[in-house]
Ligand binder design. Structure first.
Ligand code: ME8
Length: 663
């Protein structure tokens, strides 16, 4: 069985956990579950970073000794992860004895190799960052991260010869394009390596100045620099160095890791860590996956700015699974994203209540009414049924691929395509009419086609929404146990259309994702709630305000938020070329000029309505900000809008210039 090992940063214990920490940890948890779903032996590590000046200062500020202080805040992180039901396998603390020993072995190994030397150094030291800055790196004499004036410190210290590995690292990054991803962070690291000669890394602090650290094995007057200590956690947690040669040990089984960090700690992970590993003759990590910041009104959320969101409160108030979905869906991994109560409610209402929740509630209540809660049989499939199955199969494949590329938002968007298609399918198949006509065989087929595809979506959602996924599967008459996950089961999930059992009992109703009302003032959600923080996050739905979903047969026009409409980037473009898709009868392939550098390729399922030659030269409206996706082997980047009336379909045309925006 292949193995997968995901890590979060080990968080500083100078502040309590907030949404930023929760995001990385929830992503790690989702990735671990995703690889378990694929049948892999997946492991997750998180923990706390407890040495260094920063911690000593934070402890002094509250009148505690460092040990007492770190025990308390580390326990706070651990209990946060329990409350958010994070499925980590290990919680490491850099004050653990086994970790301290591992750091000393690593230091000694690099020292013995001749890559550590003793020298004099004077520099601008930022206590917040725990590092020296060169004159050039400062912005107006201030630390670029903290905007505070660093202290000039001159002392004898030990240095790691990082510069020795500069060319090697550049080549490694150039040869392995996704070693650091997304690409913008790879480029950032490459530009750090390109212009200047890397400075050697000061890896010690004299005990006369700082005692709270790991003693250097080759000089008891010094402790180890906190970053050198902290980075080693990723291997010390696996039992390194004791089991380095043991093929059955954790280190051989799980290393190399998949690291998750935000962009604030790109340099230590992108430069210090690979050079340390190289010097110690250890294999490098698999990927460094770097995400952006959660912002509050355009400003980074941070304890020092006092604008932190308490994840416990958000999870409890909105439901843990809904909160997880929002975090993965609203942040494009790599870019910054804004957190607000409004954005969270909008996302819950549009994707979970309107799309997914409404689908479950309509289909289950129809089944209860027409078939007495019993799963109907699948009859002959119509063209529409085939299309739905095929589209859902493609979306599932895209989802799996995008998740592996850590493009969670796009992955979830892909999974929502069949959800939205199923809601439309209910409308077009009008089961209530089939019932009135007494066409029970076709009615059963329609319901069964829906339920099979709902099942697939529910299952695939398990990594992101574990509790809701299991509940949805149970509503469809299936039990789920993560103990039964394996590669064969997953292969079968993707490859087969039929997973449910004719005649089995299914739930008669579903109200998993009630609409959220905007009743809470924003400050209430965004402020830290100490009473709530003490409570466990209980039921996913606790505290939510339910409103009945639409039922079958009702006018199903769904309301969306104005802000949702504003997210659409509608643009005018000219069709330069139109032809049939080589591998799909229903699809046309277009080149459309949207006033960009190059025409876009768009694949559209409208072949049965038009002759391709008739469409060339038409000025159409395109949804331009959909992520690219593959349709029957060809990438499609955008969607051409059409207008439907009965069985007629026409293109939405205009005279406006290419690239003009439609609003
Ligand atoms: O840097 N948005 O610890 P740290 C997104 N101990 N993620 C955020 C965030 C925000 N606004 N704020 C924090 C350290 N994070 C070191 C790490 S690892 C060997 C040592 C998350 O407590 C994000 O993952 O400052 C970021 O990289 C991390 O918390 C920084 O945590």
């Amino acid at each position: 069985m292949s193995a997968f090992y995901v890590t979060t940063p080990i968080y500083y214990v100078n502040a309590r956990p907030h949404l930023g920490h929760a995001y990385t940890t929830i992503v790690a948890d989702s990735l671990k579950r995703f690889y378990r779903m694929l049948g892999q032996d997946a492991r997750m590590l998180t923990g706390t970073d407890e040495h260094g000046d920063k911690i000593v200062k934070a402890a002094q500020a509250v009148g505690k000794n460092p040990k007492e202080f770190v025990d308390e805040i580390s326990a706070d992180f651990a209990s946060m992860w329990d409350d958010l039901r994070i499925d980590h396998d290990q919680f490491i603390r850099t004050t653990d004895e086994s970790h301290k020993k591992a750091v000393q072995v690593l230091l000694q190994r690099i020292y013995d190799k001749g890559d550590i030397y003793h020298g004099e150094y004077g520099g601008h030291y930022c206590f917040g960052c725990e590092r020296f800055y060169t004159e050039k790196e400062l912005e107006d004499g201030l630390c670029p991260q903290h905007q505070t004036k660093p202290e000039f410190i001159s002392e004898k210290n030990y240095f790691f010869k990082m510069s020795k590995y500069q060319e090697w690292l550049k080549k490694h990054i150039a040869d392995n394009p996704d070693f650091i991803r997304p690409e913008r962070y790879r480029n950032e690291v490459l530009s750090m390596l390109e212009g200047n000669v890397l400075e050697d890394l000061c890896i010690s602090r004299p005990k006369s100045r700082l005692e709270w650290g790991i003693e250097l094995p080759f000089d008891k007057d010094y402790v180890c620099y906190v970053w050198f200590d902290a980075l080693a956690n990723y291997i010390s947690a696996l039992g390194w160095p004791e089991n380095e040669a043991d093929e059955a040990g954790l280190f051989s089984r799980y290393w190399p890791a998949e690291h998750l960090v935000a962009k604030d700690i790109l340099k230590p992970h992108g430069i210090f860590w690979p050079t340390m590993l190289k010097s110690a003759d250890l294999p490098l990590f698999k990927h460094l996956n770097v995400h952006g910041y959660w912002l509050i009104k355009d400003t980074k959320m941070s304890k020092s700015l006092g604008n932190v969101v308490d994840p416990r409160f958000a999870a409890e108030h909105f439901g843990l699974d809904a909160f997880r979905y929002f975090l993965l869906r609203d942040m494009h991994f790599g870019s910054d994203a804004s957190y607000s109560e409004e954005a969270l409610i909008n996302r819950i209402n549009s994707d979970l209540a309107n799309d997914l929740g409404n689908l479950f509630s309509r289909v289950l209540s129809m089944n209860a009414k027409y078939f007495g809660k019993i799963m109907p049989a699948l009859g002959t499939l119509s063209v529409e049924d085939e299309v739905l199955f095929e589209d859902a199969e493609n979306s599932a494949k895209n989802y799996v691929q995008l998740f592996q590329e850590v493009r969670f938002s796009q992955a979830l968007d892909s999974l929502w395509e069949p959800v939205r298609a199923m809601n439309k399918y209910v409308d077009s198949q009008a089961p209530w009419t089939l019932f009135k006509e007494g066409n029970m065989e076709r009615l059963g087929t329609v319901i069964r086609v829906l339920m099979e595809n709902m099942y697939k979506v529910s299952y695939l959602l398990w990594p992101v929404m574990p509790t809701s996924s299991v509940m949805m599967q149970e509503q469809l008459g299936k039990t789920f146990s993560d103990k039964n996950l394996n590669a064969k089961v997953f292969e079968d999930l993707l490859a087969s259309r039929i997973h449910l059992r004719t005649g089995s009992e299914v739930a008669e109703a579903s109200n998993l994702f009630p609409r959220m009302e905007k009743v809470e003032p924003a400050q209430k959600i965004e402020k830290k709630s100490s009473e709530k923080a003490a409570q466990n996050v209980k039921n996913d739905k606790s505290g939510s305000k339910a409103k009945n979903d639409k039922q079958e047969g009702e006018n199903t026009m769904q309301e969306i938020e104005y802000a949702d409409f504003q997210k659409l980037d509608l643009r005018v473009g000219t069709i330069l070329k139109a032809e049939r898709h080589p591998d799909a009868d229903k699809l046309l392939r277009f080149d459309v000029d949207l006033g960009e550098e190059e025409p876009r390729q768009i694949i559209s399922g409208i072949a049965e309505f038009f002759e391709p030659a008739d469409l060339v030269g038409k000025k159409v409206v395109v949804v331009a900000n959909l992520p690219p996706r593959k349709l029957r082997g060809l990438m499609s980047h955008g969607m051409i809008l059409t207008a439907e009336s009965g069985t007629d379909l026409s293109l939405l045309t205009t005279d406006a210039a290419n690239g003009a925006t439609v609003s």
